[in-house]
Design a protein around this ligand. Sequence first.
Ligand SMILES: Cc1ncc(COP(=O)(O)O)c(C=O)c1O
Length: 334
Amino acid sequence: MRAGRTRYTSGRGEPEFLSALSRNYTRQTGRAIAPNQFLFLPGTQTALFAAMMTVIDHGDEVLMSDPYYATYEGVIAAAGGIAVPVKADPDHGFHIKAQDLENAITPRARALLLNSPGNPTGAVLNATEIAAIGKVCAAHDLWIVSDEVYATLTYGNHKFASPFDVPELEKRTVVVSSLSKSHAMPGFRCGWIAASEEFCARALPITETMLFGSQPFLEDAAAFALQTEFPEVAEQKATYERRARALVEGLRKARMVSARMPEGGMFVMMDVRKTGLSGDEFARRLLAEEAVVTMPGESFGAGGAGHVRVALTVGEDQIAEACRRIAKLAETLA
Ligand SMILES: Cc1ncc(COP(=O)(O)O)c(C=O)c1O
């Protein structure tokens, strides 16, 4: 800021930031991804709104895996679209099937909104699944808007895969992401769109209308973050993975509730179906009787029914204590 980086900026983003993204995505995809294939936006959420405004017309349908991130319905509706939830089976780790997507497509379908690693599900789609989903989207000429905000957080053998990495899907894919999770800097509101050159040119008048540029000193910080290898990024991932294992382990002996290890992201879906309560009822009782805060699965769509989402945002000791209280409530429901 002292260097005077407080004036108006390029509506696309500052050259250093765009070049840093270009280098990172070129490395990720193994293809040359040019700086004009990106737009700086204040966070994934804004990038998502700009992408939806660019992609859909009034009355267009947007398919999404259910359960889904809580803002998706609003963002689709705000852009004039109609959200079409497609249930992902909890007993298959909430992985959406290409065939189920295909079955939900109508002539009004315009886009698929993907989120892997997923919030709240913790599901990470592998390259084969992405290819199958991409094939369906290509056959029906759908855009793929891919929310990749948790891309750096995958666990065990699970590897992040993106439709943007598939050469035949690049032109129909719009990636939205940010530094909020990877670098634990959500308050900086530093995110982006990654797409084709043509898409970025089309989106630019929309983002200019919304924002008229950004804060150059924040883009400098974001460019620095993208260009620097921080050991904290890997440490953070290891921390979330340990916390997830602590939660799964802490509930292993519980009779009425269960949790499986997430494949990525910052959350664990806990299955409470055996208790006979809805996720909503269980979460409310857990808060009232045991002072443990979770989110009802139903708040992420009907597909989250009978589950509650636990955030891995506290340390292992607190997670272990939460597990004792969760098991205690669950036992009273046996
Ligand atoms: C799936 C998903 N998308 C987008 C966001 C918003 O991220 P950002 O801070 O980059 O706007 C979140 C935040 O929790 C999220 O979980």
